[in-house]
Design a protein around this ligand. Sequence first.
Ligand SMILES: Cc1cc2nc3c(=O)[nH]c(=O)nc-3n(C[C@H](O)[C@H](O)[C@H](O)COP(=O)(O)OP(=O)(O)OC[C@H]3O[C@@H](n4cnc5c(N)ncnc54)[C@H](O)[C@@H]3O)c2cc1C
Length: 535
Amino acid sequence: MAGFDAVFVGSGINSLAGAALLAKEGWRVCILERNDWLGGAIKTVDGLTAPGFRHEVFSSWHPLWVGSPAYAELKPDLDRLGLEYLNTDLPTATAYPDGSSVHLSTDGAANVAELGEAWQRQFDEFMAAADVAFGVLGTELWSGQAVSLGRKAYKQFGRRGLVEFAGHSLLSARDWLHDTFPDERVHGLLAPWVLHTGLGPDQAMSGFMTQVIACALQLGGMPVPKGGGASLVDALATIVREAGGELRTEADVERIVVSEAKATGVRLADGETVTATRAVLACVTPTQLYGRLLGDDDAPANVRDRARRFRYGRGEMQIHIAMSERPRWRGDERLARTPLLHLTPGLDGVSRAVNEADRGLLPAESTIALGQPMTVDPSRAPEGSWVIWVQLQELPPRPKGDAAGELDVGDGAWTEELREAYADRIVARIGRHIENLNTSTVARVVMSPADMEAANPNWVGGDIYAGSCSLDQNLLFRPTPATPGHATPVEQLWQIGASTHPGPGLGAGSGYLVAKQLTKPPLVRRMLAKVPGVP
Ligand SMILES: Cc1cc2nc3c(=O)[nH]c(=O)nc-3n(C[C@H](O)[C@H](O)[C@H](O)COP(=O)(O)OP(=O)(O)OC[C@H]3O[C@@H](n4cnc5c(N)ncnc54)[C@H](O)[C@@H]3O)c2cc1C
């Protein structure tokens, strides 16, 4: 294989978006992926459960991508290549065990009617500081850019206001929800969303993340790509190929080649070397980067030690169901029109399930994230039928027991028997809400935390967020305090992906930040650009 300007290890969204951005700047890039599909957590499979049913095996919902600067920049090309987003005005809801439910819309007035005046107050409060909040999530935090953001925030809020903002952003979701909404139904609507940020509702900063998501859902709805996430992957791959780049599957990178403290390429497991003259971008965890891809002499001991101590979060289970007819939901008719809803007893139910999982137990009553992609994109299965996507984010990587006292977890291995038995508990609960679930289920496929880890080495222990997102491993400290940000101790080697700032999700934040860093014009040219009259 000829040499490239940049080589990416892994084909996650951060690599794909980063590579497409570099390709647009004239770089010749190469993406090397160990799996037999491109996209990492984006994988669309026809017939996963039964012929004719198309499923998103992992990620499904694209509000982060559609709201990202990478999408904004690549949109003209993605549009040209036929990528189309579909959306809804009813992004989410929570259904309670008694059959009642609470709904969120993209219409602010409807939300005030449903959730009370407190909704508008929190929305206005967040929007007043939204550019700072989104700025923190979209800026390289150890950089001059972050200093400018801090200065701007200081100007906007003053010293006291800034301290107040910082203090407020550390609140747990529990405290923020209690402070903000008198109605417990609203707590149950928003608390499960904390799980989608890799946190639990009693953790520091989960209040801030809940507020970001609450407002983003009203503003952005729940977009999905027509035909599934593979349409996005195909379009990004085409941008790379059009610029002379290459993407290869079944190419496991086993070593980053370092010469005189500079990354000059990678070596594949079959011995082939692919050279990179300007950058190597590794979309991997610190554990893999410093424990496998780099040699002991390539990085200082404290960096390798920190990487070894990088912590992973809870495990995850996916359940995919094909139904021969549309679901008949008990209760509010809007449930059948909502793409991503949660089944939970409420804030305390989420908190209890998180705590049980953290203590190594199978939760008695996991928070069920139930996705209905066909509410937005009817093309996913034959007319009249339905697909359901279920995500459980409160599972122990190796169960020590069952909080319900029903299942024998053996030695803690996720055997097929344990996986299916736990899925049965979840499906039985869903069946209390969807009256025709059992009678019209055609097939189901379940993936345990162990299956998740087998699908992607970044999901250690089934942690789909590639590392705990608790405060000591987040923002300024992600991935580790010894290597915050994306630069590494090796020149020309960058770490990107969910393990790095701004963390997990389809926003492609790290791929974008590094691509921008690599293509930034030299200082002199940037200064001249500010001088009026200089071309
Ligand atoms: C089940 C699930 C559901 C999710 N749902 C959503 C959602 O709906 N919306 C949302 O915004 N986010 C969602 N997320 C989170 C989001 O999808 C991920 O955080 C994001 O896609 C991670 O992207 P990444 O760039 O870090 O790379 P990844 O997706 O982790 O991909 C990395 C790739 O690198 C490859 N790789 C690793 N090591 C090597 C090596 N040595 N050589 C070659 N290849 C290698 C891996 O095989 C993998 O394909 C979900 C995640 C999961 C797992």
